[in-house]
Design a protein around this ligand. Structure first.
Ligand code: NAD
Length: 259
């Protein structure tokens, strides 16, 4: 489905991004694992190569414009083009607004919003010429549509991605660039595993109650979304042949937040 395509995926040394990298490579794409953790990115690239895929690890702090531009250029130098950007790198810091430090707020916006902007801007340098085109996929969240206690900075940042994606859908159309936001429910990655004890402590409840009563309470079946569910959605969107799908968000969440 992605034969001959080149994909750059940020935050791909772990969790959802890593799964997307494997699925894209299996579908025939050359994949760049861009991550702040270069050793883990290179390790992931080696695993994909051992599996018969084409991959490279790239050092990239998505909050740093020079690092984003240099990393994106390195991918194009190595693989000859850039067809798909998955802006996925992210972190989570939970706290009530009243206790949320401004430094943590700014860190959250920097990784999620600045990172999405900088990687998009860098990718467009290679997608716009000759209207070559491409797909830009942002990793939003059900929290792109919903608010949850303790997640002010995360919800604000994930909502912002909808705005960026909608503008890109309009500006990119004449260059054959299409944009999407994938909005997963809770996926049991290191990012979520860390939150379970933190939320239990903050809310004064057990870890099992955090999972059942907070994380999965609004799903239709009490089931975590899997990394592969998100990766298959990312594959479908990357392979979609035209602009009939652009500027939309796709909620992958076992029914949490029906649009
Ligand atoms: P994860 O912690 O498993 O992986 C995140 C990766 O991002 C790590 O490899 C980390 O090194 C990298 N990273 C962190 N800061 C970076 C930076 N400044 N520059 C480059 N890379 C950086 O997390 P995950 O659960 O796979 O999350 C991936 C994305 O999916 C995030 O944007 C997250 O908000 C989103 N998401 C996750 C869930 C979930 O339940 N896990 C749900 C909805 C959305």
């Amino acid at each position: 489905m992605l034969n001959g395509k080149v994909a750059l995926i940020t935050g791909a040394a772990s969790g959802i991004g890593k799964e997307i990298a494997f699925v894209y490579a299996k579908a025939g794409a050359a994949v760049a694992i861009a991550d702040i953790n270069l050793a883990a990115a290179q390790q992931t690239a080696e695993e994909i190569k051992a599996d018969g895929g084409r991959a490279m690890g790239v050092a990239m702090d998505v909050t740093n414009e020079d690092a984003v531009n240099a990393g994106t250029k390195a991918v194009v130098d190595a693989f000859g083009a850039l067809d798909i950007l998955v802006s996925n790198a992210g972190i989570q810091i939970v706290n009530p607004i009243v206790d949320y430090t401004f430094a943590d707020w700014k860190k959250m916006q920097a990784i999620h919003v600045d990172g999405a902007f900088l990687t998009t801007k860098a990718a467009l340098q290679y997608m716009y010429p000759n209207n070559r085109g491409g797909k830009v996929i942002y990793m939003g969240s059900v929290h792109s549509h919903e608010g949850s206690k303790l997640k002010s900075a995360y919800c604000a940042a994930k909502h912002a991605l909808l705005g960026l994606s909608r503008v890109l859908a309009k500006e990119g159309a004449e260059h054959n660039v299409h944009s999407h936001v994938i909005c997963p429910g809770f996926v049991r990655t290191p990012l979520v595993a860390k939150q379970i004890p933190e939320q239990a402590k903050e809310l004064g409840i057990s870890e099992a109650e955090v999972v059942k009563n907070i994380m999965l309470s609004d799903t239709v079946d009490g089931v975590f979304t899997a990394t592969d569910d998100v990766a298959q959605t990312a594959l479908f969107l990357a392979a979609f042949p035209n602009g009939a799908l652009t500027g939309q968000s796709f909620v992958v969440s076992h029914g949490w937040h029906m649009q």
